[in-house]
Design a binder for this molecule. Structure first.
Ligand SMILES: [Zn+2]
Ligand SMILES: [Zn+2]
Length: 386
């Protein structure tokens, strides 16, 4: 069973939608025009149960199938990135400094393609809830929609989402059971010393010395405190201090990120972060304050749903084109908030030979849209057969 015929026939139309969205990227929670475009298309498909304003600009739509049955959720993200586009495409971004460099234009298009087909055929029981979310690239649009009760309001019992993957050939899928994307937190440490003349350091307390010692020690946490079989990342990515070559500054700041797949690993890194910070600060007669921000949790696929996703993907592209051993990635994804509420699976679909995600030359491959749309449609038909 290859790509669904009627979806394949919608290729030109889907490419048009995708390129329109690509030309008009919006950031964060401000996906106003994209949401409007989505709602217009959904209405064209004859979908009338549409609810707007989720997480400010998110759109939720319901398609009823034939007869009683469960409620399945499909989610796509709509937001772009704050970066200049360098693709040179005819339909490149017309909003300066904003770019669809993660392919969310393609994800929105795939879900629209699936919606059109599902609204026409209704070859499933129960209901499918389509969730078009803003603010995946920071802000946690999916988290906000969960807090607003989208899962409970519609009685969604399982959720599925898709992300394109450069280098994976078009027409191939990858996923895995368990954690597939990491949890991502960020931290900021402010070190308080005592400023003064650089020629007389003994009258100062130098926060730069404490900061550099701290950076060295923080990078030993993963190598010395985490089980080598487990995965974790601590990266110090910013260090700020000083204004002149002959002044010892009063304060210094270091910032970074902490990533892991398992809450237990994260807990060890957090605990050691505090211990290293406090003790190094004390050793250098400074004082340090930590600001810690829990970001997206790990994206954890339910084993049974991941196996189901593999089966459905294989029914479209063939077993040899689907892997259930996707490499885990240290990036994050806010679909994790939905997966923490109900079981489901997150899969990667091939974007072919393209620039990397978040690169200024990246472009979503329109050839991938019918593949992803067919997958999403078949997920619904297979999960809730008539
Ligand atoms: Zn991204
Ligand atoms: Zn993305």
């Amino acid at each position: 069973m290859p790509v669904i015929n009627s979806i394949a026939n919608s290729f030109d139309e889907m490419a048009e939608w995708r390129q329109h969205i690509h030309s008009n990227p919006e950031l964060g929670f401000e996906c106003h025009e994209t949401a409007k475009f989505v709602v217009e298309r959904l209405k064209e498909f004859g979908i009338d149960d549409i609810s707007e304003g989720w997480a400010k600009t998110g759109v939720v739509a319901v398609i009823k199938g034939k007869g009683e049955g469960g409620t399945i959720g499909l989610r796509a993200d709509m937001d772009a990135l704050p970066m200049p586009e360098m693709t040179g495409l005819e339909y490149a971004s017309t909003n300066e400094g904003k770019m669809h460099a993660c392919g969310h234009d393609g994800h929105t298009t795939m879900l629209l393609g699936a919606a059109k087909y599902l609204a026409e055929t209704r070859n499933f029981s129960g209901r499918v809830v389509l969730m078009f979310q803003p603010a995946e690239e920071g802000g946690g649009g999916a988290e906000v929609m969960c807090e607003e009760g989208v899962i409970e309001k519609y009685g969604i019992s399982q959720v599925f989402a898709i992300h394109n993957m450069p280098e994976l050939p078009v027409g191939e899928f990858q996923t895995r059971a368990g954690p597939v994307m990491a949890s991502v937190d960020d931290f900021e440490i402010e070190i308080f010393g005592k400023g003064g003349h650089a020629a007389r350091p003994h009258f100062s307390v130098d926060p730069i010395v404490a900061a550099t010692a701290m950076v060295q020690s923080l990078h030993t946490i993963v190598s010395r405190n985490i089980d080598p079989i487990e995965c974790g990342v601590i990266s110090v990515t910013q260090i700020h201090a000083g204004t002149a070559y002959n002044v010892i500054p009063e304060t210094a700041k270091i910032m970074g990120t902490i990533r892991s797949f398992e809450p237990a690993v994260k807990a060890v890194m957090q605990k050691r972060l505090v211990e290293v910070m406090e003790n190094i600060a004390a050793a250098y007669e400074t004082r340090a304050e930590l600001t810690y921000h829990d970001g997206y949790p790990a994206t954890v696929n339910n084993a049974e749903k991941a196996a189901f996703a593999v089966k459905v993907a294989a029914s479209i592209v063939g077993e040899d084109k689907v892997s259930d051993q996707a490499a885990r990635r240290m990036g994050a994804e806010d679909f994790s908030f939905m997966l923490n509420k109900v079981p489901g699976a997150y899969v990667f679909v091939g974007n072919g030979d393209s620039a990397a995600l978040h690169h200024q030359s990246y472009n979503f491959n329109d050839e991938a849209a019918p593949v992803g749309a067919s997958y999403l449609a078949r997920i619904v038909e297979a999960a809730q057969p008539v």
